[in-house]
Design a protein around this ligand. Sequence first.
Ligand SMILES: Nc1nc2c(c(=O)[nH]1)N[C@H]1C(S)=C(S)[C@@H](COP(=O)(O)OP(=O)(O)OC[C@H]3O[C@@H](n4cnc5c(N)ncnc54)[C@H](O)[C@@H]3O)O[C@H]1N2
Ligand code: MOO
Length: 391
Amino acid sequence: MIGVAEAKRILGQLNLPRRKIKIPISQALGYFLAEPVFSKINVPSFDNSAMDGYAFFWQENLNSLRIKGEISAGSTMNLELKNGEAVRIFTGAPMPKGADSVIMQEKVERKGDEIFFDSSEVEKGKHVRYQGSQCRAGDRIAEEGSKITPGMVSLLASVGVEHVEVWEFPGISLIITGNEIKDLGEELNPGQIYNANGPALESWLRQLGIWQVNQIKVRDEKEAVIQGLKEAMESSDLVIFTGGISVGDYDFVKEAVEANQVQELFYKLKQRPGKPLYVGQKAGKLVFGLPGNPGSVLSCFMQYVKPLIRTWQGEPTAWEAYIKVPLADDFEKKIPLTQFLKAEMKEEKAYILQGQESFNLIAFGLADGFVEIPEEIEFVQAGEKVKFFPW
Ligand SMILES: Nc1nc2c(c(=O)[nH]1)N[C@H]1C(S)=C(S)[C@@H](COP(=O)(O)OP(=O)(O)OC[C@H]3O[C@@H](n4cnc5c(N)ncnc54)[C@H](O)[C@@H]3O)O[C@H]1N2
Ligand code: MOO
């Protein structure tokens, strides 16, 4: 059995067969840039007013101006001001020739075609947004690996970028094993349970922007599991099993990966929950055998599958997605394994929740994420900092 750090090192070093795609920015939310982005234009592309008011040429001791005309946003009017003249101007409208400053309309008193104001209210260059003051054509405005947020989309649109090169998301298949598993809405007979893992993983994947997932259920029969994996590998980059990876007589995932010539990267980790985690690889495709208990599925997904998918998607720091927070209470770890514990964050402290068994989902409904207590640590004192992995 290897430890958590070694497992992460192995997965972190994989050479993932990622693909670049070019997509319109309207569809790019949540993707990561595969190339840096350069501005196509100067922004602003012309000097313009930052306020509704009056534009003029600044001079010492100025306290009145004569209004010569009006310029609104989008106007192409070719107006030229002389000293002592002002133009009525609106936010975003181009500054006329001969003007270098704007005064807000609230600061003036208008009488006919003249405005009067206190000379202390005006300043050279005030309320003008100069050409190229955000960026200039050719400037690098976003780096490779940046996540496309709504803010980034706004920036890209402002500089005239219509399409971006991003890393394509991996295609994913979920294989839910277990004769006892019933879908919601179905009747539960004795010995049967609801499928918690399928909806949980679907939700996780949606959180990562992945809405299209091939999901199949297979019975605990060797041929069905082998065939299910074969078909899933043909259509996906990542195959995620839940259940069937332990040592029971009806656990066939191990036999299925071997029958499909998947090469083992590791099997069984010094951790709880999720000890019997399996990961294998074939021709760049990855197979995760998540142990069936829902607590194990969620911990293993969060610790290994999520960072791997994020890396595939182009996030450079996916394996460091934790923060260090103080533990609210003392914690004694009674097992020589790394423990992932469901925890709630309150007033910047992590509270380890009751009910940490890997079948028990009550704590999952309350948790904000996991606390990690490393293998070699036996006791953590209240106030000591631990790694916290937010959902
Ligand atoms: N003799 C041993 N037995 C077990 C060991 C071991 O080392 N030696 N490890 C235990 C640990 S730890 C885990 S975790 C489980 C993992 O078992 P499997 O991956 O084979 O999973 P299953 O046996 O199929 O299921 C385990 C458990 O989870 C429930 N389950 C499965 N799928 C779902 C689902 N989609 N939604 C909700 N719950 C699900 C299933 O009914 C079982 O109760 O093995 C231990 N045994
Ligand atoms: O570690 Mo298992 O993953 O206890 O449920």
